[in-house]
Design a protein around this ligand. Sequence first.
Ligand code: BDR
Ligand code: CA
Length: 318
Amino acid sequence: MRRKLILDVDTGTDDAVAVMLAALHPALELLACTTVNGNIPVEYCTENTLRVLDHIGRGDIPVYEGLAHPIARLDFPVPRRQSDHAGKYHPDILPVPPTKRRKQDASAVEFLVETYRKATDPIVLVAVAPLSNLAAAIALDAKFAARVPELVVMGGGHALGNVTPSAEFNIWGDPEAAAMVFAAGFPKVTLLPLDATHRAPITREHCAAMDALGTPAGQAAAAFIGHRIVVHDQHQRQPVPHSTPVHDALAVGFLVQPSLISTQRVHVAVETQGPLTVGRTVIDLLGRGSGVPNCDVAMDADAAGFAELLLRTFAAKA
Ligand code: BDR
Ligand code: CA
């Protein structure tokens, strides 16, 4: 049986690759995408998600739009976005044809709450964006966390930050929401921080191979990832020449190939106060605190396995 999942995204170049992997991998059944403010304002995230799904022949997958702002910091994205890194990596509109579809009428948060309230089969929730929709769902339904059998989050960092020296973008983008999520008691949480995603870079050579597949997904992935490589080369040069992490797609890859990451079971909390550390995931790798482990955290990833998975999946047509 295929694994059912819902993907919460702020599409975005690497989100787009995650969407295509989730929509095309034969072992997965992508029930819906939910969108949220993050890399770009939420209406662009929604438009991009619809476009990408249409482009790969999966216009049957519904898209629900979620929060336009973090749950507490209403000034984001306007003044905070101007100084952030996201705009460079994520154009407002991705280079795939416009959609003829519309988002669903219900909001992402209503959809999440109702879907998990009624679910009879296990549905994995994969969140690769600021956690605002999840926090709102927790606020709306006190049993929401308990109803989600498995949560996978791309976010945070232990040795690495990307938007500040100590914080990663998805957690920094709505720290109060992230703090709620990690304290909410989800029964099974896997976190893929930058420490893992940077261990699985995709290179210019991989992009050429994806482009050569000649499929809509292969060519779109090559364009999205190629853009990321150019920006990394200019602004955040990577140890592997001409490469980029494709953070969000690794979180989906983990669902079909758990051996892509190596995890440690530890306690994770989120800093919401410190002027230098706001949005930091405090990952208690050495067990120095008193928190009970609430999360399996990935600290390493299989780079070759991840590239092969993308190439294999994007070779097929929908
Ligand atoms: C995360 O931030 C976003 O820019 C990416 O889409 C990814 O989800 C990486 O820090
Ligand atoms: Ca994202």
